[in-house]
Design a protein around this ligand. Structure first.
Ligand code: ADP
Length: 599
């Protein structure tokens, strides 16, 4: 619908209202004046007829019709009125204008009929005698016995009134037209006065909408308009403040996001990019400013990252994954995602944080390679040192007590060094396999049994009994030699860090989709403060005791690597003086290959 200006909506209504008002007033004035004219004329004729009838009365008593006729003629000339006297039989006996003898029967005239019945009769009609429209008024003349003697009629031509009425009509029309024109002009000013401030406010509101908050609407004369102007000004101030706050917050957020070392990508539920910071753009090899509102597929070219984002949007659960982005250069990234929530806590998409760990991974590889190479290089000399010392200690050689003591120390330290190198090589192998191990279905009871068997010698030396509780049918997809090594490490520790004559229990059970293995001892226990760091390389609770007992400080670290390579977890519960329990949780069934987990 075509919109009209308020001015053109109001003005016609005002004009129509004004025209109707003028028409009503003019027609009322016309009719009132016309009625007043008629009443004045009527009462004038009545007075004249009554006055004449009083003069006719004595002449009627004498039956002097000639005197009556001449009275009519005289009075008629003076009063400029036509007088007629009619007998009850309808005969005219006196007339101011005509000879009564030539006049026809008048008893049938409506005003005469009424007068002869004793009432005042009135009529207006065209007079054939005079040839104009006339107003007639007849009064009865009665004797003392109320017997009607005659009717006295006075009449005046109507053309005088009609002329007056025509003049009146003309004046009323002219006055109405002039009033109408004047009122129309006034209406234009009135409507302009109403619409002008509204136009001003509307253009001010437009300026506010365009962001010009310095514009002010001036005070208005009308109270309501003034209140509206004030409200609009206040609204503009509030809007200005809110927008400034929002823009400040946005700038702060942008500054925070820009200065982050991590790449941040916010994505809505329809997989459209809401925001991407510069670092994310650098990681993905695109200009972050061009990505807004584009679909993830248009922006992210890496299938594995696309798949990560899709799974994140599907589950809306926090998730993180190590990904390799293969482009011009290969990048290692750590992608972490979580649900993106609005102010009401409703999920509106996902937030993905990308960390470029290429350098870190490279350093880790360098370190791991270095450790592996050093270990390899050390392995040969240490093996020959061990071999030669053992040869020197054999019965084929004779040494004095001092030399033998030194050779014993060399043999012991070479053994320790050898054990450390073995453990380092094991760790390197686990790392070099990229945390992935081949698995096959194995019977858990036989794996535990063979681990216990390998530790039996140590246990027997300290008279420690190793017990096993495991359902014989329990099968698991594991790398059996590695799991066995992990169990050996735990059982050896349990034996090492216990007083003689204690017990060690290895218990395995299946709980839902998990298999849990407990290695429980009655040993020294570990203080709570050490538990968090226990699985770090070379971390020892009591370094001196560990060394004395031949520990390398790598046993638990190897256990953790093996468990994580099986996608499992390990934790420890311990009480000083009461013993420790190491608890391995393995998913069951375990997939053939498990992803890398770094520690
Ligand atoms: P180590 O070769 O020194 O035993 P580990 O990595 O196997 O190195 O163990 C780390 C440290 O944890 C040990 O030095 C020891 O202090 C503590 N520890 C490990 N197992 C036990 C246990 N069963 N009871 C008490 N302390 C333990």
């Amino acid at each position: 619908m075509k919109k009209k200006h308020l001015f053109w909506l109001l003005l016609p209504s005002y004009w129509i209202l004004m025209v109707i008002s003028i028409l009503i007033v003019a027609s009322y004035a016309f009719h009132s004046t016309k009625n007043l004219y008629f009443h004045t004329l009527e009462s004038g004729i009545l007075t004249r007829a009554t006055l004449l009838s009083e003069q006719v009365a004595p002449l009627m008593e004498k039956n002097d019709f000639a005197a009556i006729n001449s009275l009519c003629k005289r009075t008629g000339q003076t009063a400029k009125t036509r007088f007629t006297v009619i007998l009850p039989d309808g005969r005219v006996i006196g007339d101011s204008d005509e000879n009564p003898r030539d006049m026809e029967y008048h008893g049938n005239r409506p005003e005469i009929v009424r007068a002869l019945n004793g009432e005042t009769g009135m009529d207006s009609r065209y007079s054939r005698t005079v040839g104009v429209e006339m107003m007639y008024l007849a009064v009865p003349l009665a004797d003392e016995n109320r017997e009607i003697l005659c009717a006295v009629r006075a009449s005046l031509p109507m053309n005088a009134i009609e002329g007056e009425l025509d003049t009146l009509t003309r004046r009323i029309v002219i006055a109405s037209l002039l009033t109408g024109i004047l009122a129309m002009v006034v209406c234009i000013f009135v409507v302009r006065r109403i619409t002008f401030p509204l136009r001003g406010m509307s253009s001010a509101a437009r300026q506010f909408a365009e962001g010009d908050f310095h514009h002010r609407i001036p005070a208005q004369q009308a109270l309501e308009l003034d209140q509206l102007a004030e409200s609009l000004n206040t609204m503009s101030d509030q809007l200005n403040k809110t927008l400034s706050t929002l823009s400040q917050q946005r700038n702060e957020q942008a500054a925070v996001l820009t200065s982050l070392d991590e790449g941040v990508v916010a994505i809505d539920k329809k997989e459209r990019i809401i925001h991407m910071n510069r670092v994310a753009g650098d990681i993905l090899g695109i200009n972050h400013e061009d990505c807004k509102h584009l679909m993830v597929e248009q922006v992210v070219r890496f299938a594995n990252l696309q798949e990560f984002i899709k799974s994140l949007l599907g589950s809306m659960k926090p998730n993180s994954r190590d990904l390799t982005l293969r482009g011009k250069t290969e990048k290692q990234i750590q992608a972490s995602g979580t649900a993106l929530l609005n102010d009401n806590g409703e999920s509106i998409g996902a937030l993905v944080v990308l960390r470029d760990v290429t350098q870190l991974r490279h350093l880790e590889t360098v370190r791991s390679d270095f450790v592996a190479n050093v270990s390899h290089e050390l392995k040969t000399p240490i093996t020959s040192i061990k071999g030669f010392v053992e040869t020197l200690l054999s019965d084929d050689w004779e040494h004095d007590a001092e030399t033998r003591r030194f050779l014993d120390i060399i043999s012991q330290q070479a053994g320790r060094l050898n054990a450390i190198i073995d453990d380092l090589l094991t760790l390197s192998r686990l790392e070099q396999k990229d945390g992935v191990v081949m698995t096959s279905t194995s019977n858990l009871a036989s794996t535990i049994e063979s681990a216990i068997y390998l530790c039996q010698l140590h246990a027997t030396k300290k008279n420690i009994q190793i017990e096993m509780i495991c359902p014989p049918e329990l099968e698991l997809a594991v790398n059996a030699p590695l799991l066995e090594q992990a169990l050996v490490n735990l059982i050896i520790n349990a034996v090492k860090y216990s007083e003689p004559d204690k017990k060690v229990l290895v218990l395995a059970e299946k709980q839902h989709d998990k298999t849990i293995i407990y290695v429980k001892d009655e040993g020294f226990g570990i203080e709570h403060k050490h538990l968090d760091r226990l699985f770090e390389r070379f971390y020892r609770v009591d370094t001196a005791r560990s060394r004395k007992l031949g520990g390398t400080g790598l046993g638990l670290s190897i256990v953790k690597h093996i468990v994580q390579a099986h996608k499992g977890s390990i934790r420890v519960e311990s009480k000083v003086g009461a013993g420790s329990t190491f608890i391995i949780t393995l998913p069951s069934p375990i997939p053939d290959e498990t992803p890398a987990i770094n520690c």
